[in-house]
Write a protein that binds this ligand. Structure first.
Ligand SMILES: Cc1cc2nc3c(=O)[nH]c(=O)nc-3n(C[C@H](O)[C@H](O)[C@H](O)COP(=O)(O)O)c2cc1C
Length: 163
């Protein structure tokens, strides 16, 4: 159930960056749903492919939501190779003012289930960011897990940070 619409200009809610990494658009489609939901909840949203984002840019983002699929044999989608390589190899960036959550798309029949999302989750933590809501790994029927994830993320975003 969505809450009543609110005007982002009236709020001091943080901007939420919804970043996706996709090969065949499932993650991108979910990022659009996430953008719509967060906008309805009053959050300013910036949505982008990781191919259009520099890892250094993460330093100025208060909230990062990543929706990422896995391809090949546990590899990132091709559009995400550069971003993934830099995120996993870079020295810790000290993202102590950043909160994040990851939704991973995959298929449990593969040996390296949801590996790209797991990598993003582990390395955002290594870079010092605080986990806003636990990572959710989705098998091929991802609609239900997505709904649970976005509900949990919205609830966490509405909680006072230092409660
Ligand atoms: C050729 C191929 C390789 C895949 N490799 C993996 C894999 O290694 N691990 C995994 O969990 N899922 C794997 N998947 C499943 C995809 O991650 C899954 O279908 C996902 O929903 C695709 O999302 P996207 O459209 O956003 O790229 C693979 C799918 C295909 C077709």
């Amino acid at each position: 159930m969505l809450s009543a619409m609110s005007d982002p200009s009236d709020s001091d809610l943080p901007e939420v960056s919804v970043l996706f990494a996709t090969e065949t658009c499932n993650a991108e489609d979910l990022s659009e749903l996430a953008e719509k939901r967060l906008t309805e909840e009053g959050f300013p949203v910036a949505r982008a492919s990781v191919s259009d984002v520099e890892v250094e840019d993460l330093k100025v983002k208060p909230v990062i939501l990543m929706i990422a699929s896995t391809w090949g044999d546990g590899e990132p989608p091709s559009e995400a190779w550069e971003f993934h390589d830099e995120l996993v190899s870079k020295d810790p960036m000290g993202l102590t003012d950043t909160r994040f959550s990851v939704l991973s798309l995959g298929d449990e029949t593969y040996e390296h289930f949801c590996q790209c999302g797991k990598d993003f989750d582990a390395h955002l933590e290594r870079h010092g960011a605080q986990r806003l809501y636990p990572r959710v790994d989705c098998d091929i029927d991802y609609d239900g897990p997505y709904e649970g994830w976005i509900d949990g993320v919205v609830d966490a975003l509405k909680r006072p940070i230092f409660a």
